[in-house]
Write a protein that binds this ligand. Structure first.
Ligand code: NAP
Length: 249
């Protein structure tokens, strides 16, 4: 058991963050999970919660100084590059240990037809002319795809798109997990000619890739942005073990 009053800041916004808060609280560690505040009705964490940005590196540094956490765990989404960079800089400045949960990226198998792009702009330009697209990258960067006049498609997202998509596009609001059967049905229902996705990794979203392989639908894969080199663990379970060992020491 860690010493009483040990407290960890979890940077959240993912199921991994919720799992980590539950595991640490079960083992007597107090947690404060921070969310950006962009998702409506997020599932609550096991311990305390807060919402909203910190105000860049200065704000996060001040917050860490004031709250005196024993450790910080960055359990943000693989594409949330800014907050991870801020966490690395602020944690170093106040000398608080930082661990990041980095779920393994998806890798293509021999029957997959992926084209990988490092940036959204490259992915937009790389889609074949006149394609019918299943777009599963969230709402933030969808507009770049909507702007290509020759494309049609469906954009699946959790939170509503801000603005009006062109009439050639339909928005579908849905939350994961999705089953393989449903993903195959969806890909076949409209004869999509390409699936566009980000390399989020993890199991809850990978059914779309298995479905694309099953129906031989080409995939445009957007690679992850770089994050600072800090200590990482691949799962919330491993992160909890590592943090508990650190807090015991
Ligand atoms: P981002 O570009 O890395 O961060 C933008 C700004 O949002 C940060 O500078 C920070 O504001 C604030 N922020 C982000 N995460 C925060 C957190 N956990 N607590 C407090 N403030 C936070 O992040 P993003 O890509 O917009 O993602 C926002 C959140 O949604 C993340 O927590 C992420 O885990 C979750 N999410 C993202 C994706 C995705 O595809 N990007 C998918 C699923 C979930 P200040 O500079 O003011 O501190």
């Amino acid at each position: 058991m860690p010493a009483p009053d040990r407290r960890v800041l979890i940077l959240g916004g993912t199921a991994d963050a919720r799992k980590l808060s539950a595991l640490l609280e079960e083992h007597g560690v107090r947690t404060l999970t921070s969310l950006a505040g962009i998702t409506s009705n997020p599932a609550p964490p096991a311990g305390e919660g807060r919402r909203g940005g910190f105000g860049g590196v200065p704000g996060l540094t001040e917050f860490l100084e004031q709250e005196q956490f024993d450790a910080v765990c960055d359990a943000t989404h693989p594409f949330a590059a800014q907050i991870s960079a801020h966490a690395a800089t602020a944690a170093k400045a106040v000398k608080v240990p930082l661990l990041r949960i980095e779920r393994p990226a998806w890798v293509p198998g021999i029957n997959d037809h992926w084209t990988i792009f490092g940036r959204v702009a490259g992915a937009v330009a790389g889609i074949a002319r006149g394609a019918h697209v299943l777009l599963t990258i969230g709402r933030k960067e969808a507009a770049a795809f909507f702007a290509r006049p020759d494309l049609t498609g469906v954009a699946r997202m959790i939170e509503p798109f801000e603005g009006e998509p062109p009439p050639r596009w339909r928005i579908v609001l849905e939350r994961p997990p999705y089953s393989l059967e449903d993903e195959i049905r969806l890909l076949q229902s409209e004869r999509f000619t390409v699936l566009v996705t980000k390399n989020s990794g993890g199991n809850s979203m990978r059914a779309k890739l298995d479905a694309a392989r099953a129906v031989q639908c080409p995939v445009i894969m957007i690679a992850r942005p770089g994050k600072p080199p800090v200590d990482t663990e691949s799962t919330p379970e491993r992160a909890a073990l590592r943090l508990l060992a650190m807090l015991n020491a």
